[in-house]
Design a binder for this molecule. Sequence first.
Ligand code: BV8
Length: 242
Amino acid sequence: MNWIVDNPKMNVVVMTGAGISAESGIQTFRGTNGLWENHRIEEVASPIAFRRDPVMVWNFYLQRRKQALTCRPNTGHLAVAELEKWIRSAGGSFLLVTQNVDGLHSRAGSRNVIEMHGSLMMTRCTACGEVFQDESTDMELPPRHDCPDKGLLRPHIVWFGESLFPGDMERIESAIEMCDMFIVIGTSGIVYPAAGLVNFANRLGKRTVCVNKDAPANIDLFDRFIEGEAGSELPKRLFPEK
Ligand code: BV8
């Protein structure tokens, strides 16, 4: 078996998308044809939608928070967490960048994680800017912060049309600059700037591998493509420990 990572003394960056959570029961974005209750997700997951109808946007996120809290990490998440342990115990470096907001990678044991699009379990005050852990699923909508300005609370999520959180892109790019291999799992390669990271890795001459259920939009940008479901392919192919 030619494993994806055959030597733990490597520097590896893994990026995941909704596909790695599909086998945990969380619908992917393309799988829903990009819709939620007949709204286009790009329209609900946006600052304009939140300004116009914060209750509708909160209902979208509370429904997904509830679902994420009832789902469990699958063998794909667990394989990525095991890879991190194997590499770091052998002296290599590892960073997981996820586009997912469901929190399943951390629950699977991944430690060095950047949730580049935020988290369903974090809430932010639009007035004072405080960000806090929040797993509540039943509240008066729209929720307000108990800060002096009684700020409107919002999901701590990067919406379409919003830039990533300060410093995240720089952290991700410097990890890719240092890495030997960039592995992309379960993403359609449509959403930027995440989808552009493989170009960045290619320009630096890094080895790039894609694991996906079917050919993503940017398949030609990868040195190697492994077709299949993350939950079955990763445990047997990711590294020789298994
Ligand atoms: C920004 C949080 C500007 C929300 C999300 C070029 C450059 C920069 C921006 C743009 C650009 N072109 C267009 C844009 C705008 C936009 C964009 O990319 N639009 C797309 C629709 C074209 N980008 C933005 O708006 C970004 N911000 O550019 O800001 C700016 C700059 C400076 C200052 C101010 C502003 C912000 C993008 C982040 C949006 N937020 N998430 C939420 O979750 O509610 S993105 C959201 O959609 C997800 O997080 C995820 O990232 C994305 C869906 O993508 P995938 O994860 O790939 O999921 P998908 O369903 O598409 O694919 C799943 C794949 O898995 C499939 O291929 C399937 O085959 C596979 N699969 C299924 N099952 C399995 C599997 N694989 C393996 N195993 C399985 N079992």
